[in-house]
Design a protein around this ligand. Structure first.
Ligand SMILES: C[S@@+](CC[C@H](N)C(=O)[O-])C[C@H]1O[C@@H](n2cnc3c(N)ncnc32)[C@H](O)[C@@H]1O
Length: 246
């Protein structure tokens, strides 16, 4: 009994340290049209990584790092593992055509964005915050990176899919990274309300266990798991419920 009570307090303070560290790194990284992982999604990924002691995670679509660094923090504080940040940082790869209602803004974004500077900024944040042991940038398209991961037999406990949102690429990400998942593992799929992402959402619903989703002004994502027990599903639903209340 005493052991259980001590664990509750330990988990609470661990969560607070994780949450505060994520707030601190997020205060250094602006949100804008190109990206902007919320505190909710960041904390959820951090908690899943630490609760399940996931050693490797993948962040597909790094941009300024708002979804990458929370994973690095969870690895640094808890698992001593590594997040791979996968992004080609190229104007060509960032072209998206499946949102006709946003096409003008998307095209303008490609024209004005300096991807080399974004890459340099994220690299500098890794050094400044001493995340080198828990975070590595892979400057490649996710499809190319997946070939390398397969060759090196690298597997992931968590994959966050937030790269190119056109259907072709999101479906490619699901197809390429699903075989790279550990037996017990998770996918966080972003922008699930986009028509172009819907087919990936439907596919993951069939292939994995749907835990929950959060859609509001600042969030649009779902969490899926595989290889998890009923007890773990309940734990994840509880974590998600807590996240929704924040
Ligand atoms: C929506 S942003 C990511 C936002 C980021 N996850 C965050 O929370 O702030 C999409 C990113 O995907 C990257 N991207 C585009 N095509 C890609 C591909 N084939 N593989 C990996 N990343 C890609 C873009 O360069 C861009 O930085």
């Amino acid at each position: 009994m005493l052991h259980k009570i001590i664990n509750i307090f330990k988990n609470k303070s661990n969560e607070k340290i994780l949450s505060d560290s994520i707030k601190e790194i997020h205060s250094q990284i602006p949100q804008d049209f190109g990206g902007g992982c919320s505190h909710h999604k960041a904390l959820l990924m951090g908690l899943v990584i630490s609760e399940f002691n996931l050693k490797n995670s993948a962040d597909i679509g790094v941009y300024r790092g708002r979804s990458l660094f929370p994973q690095a923090i969870a690895h640094k504080l808890h698992t001593k593992g590594l997040v791979y940040g996968i992004d080609p940082y190229s104007n060509e790869a960032a072209v998206q055509n499946d949102r006709p209602d946003l096409q003008e803004q998307l095209d303008e974004f490609i024209t004005v964005t300096d991807f080399q500077k974004l890459y340099d900024d994220v690299s500098n944040l890794i050094k400044k915050n001493e995340y080198q042991n828990n975070c590595v940038l892979v400057r490649k398209k996710s499809s190319q990176a997946a070939i390398d991961f397969k060759a090196s037999n690298t597997k992931f406990g968590l994959v966050h899919i937030d790269g190119n949102h056109d259907t072709k690429f999101v479906m490619e990400d699901v197809a390429n990274y699903f075989p790279l998942l550990d037996d017990k593992s998770f996918i966080v799929l972003d922008d699930i309300s986009w028509d172009s992402v819907q087919p990936a959402f439907t596919l993951l619903n069939k292939e994995m266990i749907f835990i929950d989703k959060l859609i509001n002004e600042t969030n649009d994502f779902a969490l899926f798991g595989k290889g998890i027990s009923n007890e773990e599903i309940l734990l994840l639903k509880e974590i998600f419920k807590k996240i929704k209340k924040k």
